[in-house]
Ligand binder design. Structure first.
Ligand SMILES: Cc1cc2nc3c(=O)[nH]c(=O)nc-3n(C[C@H](O)[C@H](O)[C@H](O)COP(=O)(O)OP(=O)(O)OC[C@H]3O[C@@H](n4cnc5c(N)ncnc54)[C@H](O)[C@@H]3O)c2cc1C
Length: 478
């Protein structure tokens, strides 16, 4: 999603783009993969082999009307999943249509895994603080088998857009390393069948018993509203427990999960729904960009590392954003900067802004691991850094209705229809206009008149010599 957003925007401004995609299709997380990291179900060894963490029954948590590109809305299509909160396949189809409508297929090198991105030796300043980048890739067979290192290319800029819902963040629990029964991270969960009739502890079904663990002993005795209804609906089958204190593997206690209040259960499986961590195993910036406590930094406005801007940038690091709208704005900003239409502040000023941001978050009590959770700032970011049209009020309202409903009932919120008249009116207009726009874009592409910008390739203006950007879904410009 981020990589495609970047590719379109970079092309729009006339830059040559190569998107390196390790999978045999586009879609990223939305390319459902029934395979799992079976030999490492915890995902303890980075990087994981399987990218997508989608499980079969997933449905969106955000309404589709809030999830489109600004000029290519995520409209229901005949014969597809028309629900407001559709399943993963619908997003996959949508992204494929986006590729077709904007003629991006020829920019994407599939089955191409980026194994190293580093400044091209010797580190070359290209004026304006730019570097050239050496990108090493390896061919990946559709079955995931990796070939030997295949190619090295030099690019003028790299946009990192590799997602951050693949590499598990594992808890540290006594006895995890000696637990002999099944345990896995949610990254490796696909379908419920293997757990049927089991006793499962889920750290955060169709199993016989599910023991959800709360974040604290207090939360276990007085659960938040969003959990209350689910617990009532599944009385007996799902139980809310305090956090896990230890896992017992072997001996008389084998299979016992002990909770923080001293209670215990004998479990067949433990599933860690403990989130994901940022991971850039291919990126060698010589320590300029690091991941520390799940903070990627330093990144000016979550996008540019000041010391390596503008030739290195990131799309998709922020969380709790409207995707792909927010990614589109980031990509548009990067494209404007790389094409010389917009300037970044001097490096020192960007560094100062990053540290001010860290200080403000700390003062507001935001944990470091939530540095990139920027829900309240997204509109400001988009309007400040890009020329995207404003998010309409009715969409915000629709999103908030869904959000409030989630709090009330986690299981049924998607199927409620309690829109206000403002939302209904917005929806009518949206369907009318956006469906026509979608079809026109696809029709124009099919007839050769690709809706994307003209393909006149320009030289990034900060470069002294003719050259190229890589988007290593990852995307790059030459
Ligand atoms: C279970 C689940 C449910 C979700 N539900 C929602 C939802 O309801 N709404 C929502 O907005 N978001 C949801 N998300 C988040 C979702 O992942 C993002 O919205 C979106 O997919 C992010 O897009 P992205 O392009 O940044 O990352 P990704 O979709 O992860 O794409 C990254 C791409 O980079 C490629 N890549 C990675 N490393 C390399 C490499 N070394 N070389 C070459 N290619 C590489 C990958 O193969 C992939 O194609 C969910 C995520 C999960 C896991």
């Amino acid at each position: 999603m981020s990589g495609l957003a970047a590719a379109r925007e970079l092309r729009r401004v006339g830059l040559a783009v190569t998107v390196m995609e390790q999978c045999s299709d586009v879609g990223g997380q939305w390319l459902y993969d029934p395979r799992t990291d079976a030999d490492d179900p915890l995902g303890a060894t980075a990087p994981v082999k399987v990218h997508s963490s989608m499980y079969a029954s997933v449905r969106l948590v955000s309404p589709r009307e809030c999830m489109g590109f600004s000029d290519f809305q995520f409209v229901p299509r005949p014969g597809r999943d028309a629900r407001r909160f559709p399943g993963h396949r619908e997003v996959y189809h949508y992204l494929n249509d986006f590729v077709a409508a904007f003629g991006l297929a020829d920019a994407v090198k599939l089955n191409t895994k980026v194994v190293r991105v580093a400044t091209a030796p010797p580190p070359q300043a290209c004026g304006g603080g730019g570097y050239k980048w050496l990108v090493r890739t390896r061919h990946v067979e559709p079955d995931g088998e990796e070939g030997v290192d295949a190619a090295e290319e030099v690019f003028d800029a790299v946009v990192v857009a590799n997602g951050h819902y693949s590499q598990p963040r594992l808890p540290s629990i006594k006895g995890m390393d000696t637990w002999r029964r099944r345990h896995l991270h949610s990254h490796s969960y696909r379908v419920p069948e293997p757990f049927r009739d089991e006793v499962v502890v889920v750290l955060c079904g169709v199993a016989k018993e599910v023991h959800l663990t709360a974040n604290s002993v207090e939360e276990a005795t007085s659960p938040p509203a969003m959990a209350t209804k689910m617990l009532a609906n599944h009385a007996g089958d799902i139980q809310l427990r305090p956090p896990v204190d230890r896992l017992c593997g072997g001996g008389d206690d084998d299979g016992t999960v002990v909770f923080a209040d001293g209670s215990s259960v004998v479990a067949d499986s433990v599933i860690y729904c403990t989130g994901y961590t940022y991971s850039f195993p291919f990126l060698d910036t010589g320590g300029v960009v690091t991941v520390d406590g799940n903070r990627v930094g330093p990144l000016y406005e979550h996008t540019f590392p000041p010391a390596m801007a503008p030739s290195l940038s990131f799309v998709g690091v922020p969380t709790r954003v409207f995707a792909p709208w927010f990614f589109e704005a980031q990509a548009r900003w990067i494209a404007l900067v790389l094409s010389g239409r917009k300037a970044l502040p001097p490096e020192e000023e960007m560094m100062r802004a990053v540290h001010e941001d860290y200080r403000a978050r700390e003062a507001a009590g935001v944990p470091v691991r939530h540095t990139h959770a920027i829900w309240q700032e997204i509109c400001e970011f988009v309007y400040r850094n890009s020329d995207l049209p404003r998010m309409e009020g009715w969409k915000m309202e629709l999103f908030m209705i869904g959000f409030v409903n989630t709090m009330e009932d986690r299981e049924t919120f998607r199927d409620r229809d309690d829109n206000t008249e403002n939302v209904r009116e917005g929806l009518r207009r949206w369907r009318r206009e956006s469906v026509a726009q979608y079809e026109a874009a696809l029709a124009a592409a099919a007839s050769g008149g690709d809706a994307a910008a003209a393909r006149v390739v320009q030289k990034p203006p900060w470069l002294p010599t003719p050259s190229q950007v890589s988007n290593s879904e990852l995307s790059s410009t030459r």
